[in-house]
Design a binder for this molecule. Structure first.
Ligand SMILES: Cc1cc2nc3c(=O)[nH]c(=O)nc-3n(C[C@H](O)[C@H](O)[C@H](O)COP(=O)(O)OP(=O)(O)OC[C@H]3O[C@@H](n4cnc5c(N)ncnc54)[C@H](O)[C@@H]3O)c2cc1C
Ligand SMILES: NC(=O)c1ccc[n+]([C@@H]2O[C@H](COP(=O)([O-])OP(=O)(O)OC[C@H]3O[C@@H](n4cnc5c(N)ncnc54)[C@H](OP(=O)(O)O)[C@@H]3O)[C@@H](O)[C@H]2O)c1
Length: 454
């Protein structure tokens, strides 16, 4: 008689939106499957915790909902403070699990490659975002807001987040779960004007209409548009693009009431260099023309008009980038693990038992919900392969990998530990009239997680 096959045992690496969606999808699709979810940070959530801006906290709820669904299955375990490439190797995973899904996101910043980029006062938006959200790796950074004007280079939603965080009245920020160190630093900020620089035109901007609209309601902030917006928005454009242009058009011609702070959206401008001796004092801008890129799109080409804009602070917000993971294929030009609908693609074909989802699979684009569809596609592939995966059970299927990591002295945060952190952050928040006071120090996070049941 044939021995019954062991239920599918899957490791997921990365507890951001993509990893969490893949977890719940897998548990839903296979009523016997077991999932161990690992993250290099003590806390789950990925960018939902450390990217989504503090004034948009309601959007973070999705992470808690997905966790609750996973825990309710009784077939899920979370292990924080365990990094693939540090504590976990590919051999470990292959020996203990039928399959592994990599959902490690894209955490690096992209560089402009212009002179002056490394001057003090010039920062990556990725660092600023992590800093104001108490990401343990960014908490020690310093940002100097002792200047009147800041520039943000890039025209995506992250650029709008960065600008908003510098312009929101401090009393509003105080009602959020922004990191304590960021609240302190921003409370003495002298920044009164933020200029967002888009290299292409209003029609090509990446930010979305709801996020743009939100800028028009910031208390004490006048919004100005510097760019050519057509009077008649072509009906042939996609609805989202039309709406964005309509809002920009209205803002362009609206007479703003005087306000203590200004936000200026300037289009068709590229930074050629950041200027200054000891720190950034200005950015040299070139005005771009928009030309056909020969592939059905529009590209920016530098013209001859150059100007200097005095600024004391510059953020480059030109997208995120994933980095290669040990022993996994990586497409450096696209910044993704090559894959076919979620199955990892090696040089010699598909790699048995390895899958990807989220930003490391498709690149750094899309909102939280986009990862649901992305995870579903990956889980579809894994479920289609389930028969062949179970037919070749891993060598150490019946040994517990997290248990052996713990025996090696690795301070793992399990789901109870994370709940303990969550509870303490909320309690500290309640005591000071805030929704949560985030803990940024990894050591403190680990100590709290280890301190007893929630
Ligand atoms: C600043 C910012 C703000 C955003 N705001 C919004 C918003 O308001 N609304 C919205 O819908 N979308 C928003 N998004 C988009 C959304 O956050 C992403 O679509 C989503 O987080 C991508 O999910 P992911 O799981 O692929 O990556 P991530 O969320 O980055 O998760 C990856 C996880 O993998 C872990 N990890 C990385 N390397 C390893 C390793 N070697 N070993 C173990 N674990 C590892 C990381 O710690 C992280 O937890 C925002 C994005 C950014 C950058
Ligand atoms: N509230 C929200 O829902 C929210 C908040 C934050 C992020 N997100 C999502 O997260 C994803 C990532 O956002 P993102 O803003 O980092 O990326 P993004 O949407 O890809 O925007 C990147 C921007 O950088 C510009 N850029 C790239 N290279 C440049 C260069 N060398 N010089 C000047 N500009 C350059 C791009 O311009 P070109 O188009 O000309 O290349 C684009 O405007 C997006 O899908 C976004 O919607 C959502």
């Amino acid at each position: 008689m044939k021995a019954p096959s062991h239920p599918l045992k899957v490791a997921i690496i990365g507890a951001g939106a993509a990893g969490l969606y893949a977890t719940t999808e897998l548990l839903r699709r296979d009523a016997c499957a077991r999932v161990d979810l690992f993250d290099r940070l003590p806390t789950p959530g990925g960018l939902v915790r450390s990217g989504v801006s503090p004034d948009h906290a309601a959007r973070r709820e999705v992470s808690a909902v997905l966790e609750r669904m996973a825990v309710a299955s009784g077939r899920f375990r979370y292990f924080g403070n365990v990094a693939y490439g540090r504590e976990l190797t590919l051999d470990d995973l292959r020996r203990h699990y039928h399959a592994t899904i990599f959902a490690c996101g894209a955490v690096e910043d992209r560089r402009l490659g212009i002179p002056g980029e490394d001057l003090p006062g010039s920062h990556a938006a990725t660092h600023f975002v992590g800093w104001y959200n108490a990401h343990p790796d960014q908490a020690e950074r310093r940002f100097d807001f002792d200047c009147e004007r800041a520039a943000v280079i890039g025209n995506g939603n992250v650029a709008l987040d960065v600008a908003r965080m510098m312009l929101l009245p401090i009393d509003l920020l105080r009602q959020t779960d922004i990191a304590d160190h960021a609240l302190d630093a921003l409370s003495t900020s002298r920044v009164r004007e933020v200029v967002i620089l888009g290299r292409r035109g209003p029609a090509q901007a990446s930010f979305t209409a709801p996020e743009l609209l939100e800028l028009t309601h910031l208390p004490g902030v006048a919004v100005e548009i510097d760019g050519v917006i057509p009077d008649d928005v072509p009906a042939s454009l996609p609805a989202s693009q039309r709406l964005r242009l309509q809002i920009l058009h209205e803002l362009r011609w609206r007479r703003s009431a005087p306000a203590p702070r200004r936000l200026i959206l300037r289009f068709q401008r590229s930074a050629e260099a950041l200027l200054g001796e000891d720190r950034v004092v200005a950015v040299r801008l070139v005005e771009n023309r928009l030309v056909d890129d020969g592939r059905g799109g529009i590209k920016a080409e530098p013209g001859s008009t150059v100007e200097t804009l005095e600024v004391g602070l510059v953020f480059r917000s030109i997208g995120y980038r994933a980095s290669a993971l040990p022993r996994l294929p990586f497409d450096d030009s696209r910044g993704v693990i090559p894959n076919q609908a979620g199955r990892v693609q090696g040089e010699d074909g598909l790699v048995q038992g390895l899958y990807v989802t989220g930003w490391i699979k498709r690149g750094p684009n899309g909102v939280i919900g986009s990862n649901r569809f992305c995870a579903r596609e990956t889980v579809d592939a894994l479920m289609a392969d389930a028969g062949s995966l179970k037919a070749r059970p891993p060598m150490d299927l019946h040994n517990d990998l997290p248990g052996s990591l713990q025996r090696r002295g690795i301070g793992i945060t399990d789901h109870r530990g994370w709940q303990q952190i969550d509870r303490i952050e909320r309690e500290r928040g309640l005591a000071s009239g805030r929704p949560r006071r985030r803990i940024a120090a990894r050591r403190e996070l680990l100590a709290i997680a280890a301190s007893g049941p929630a």
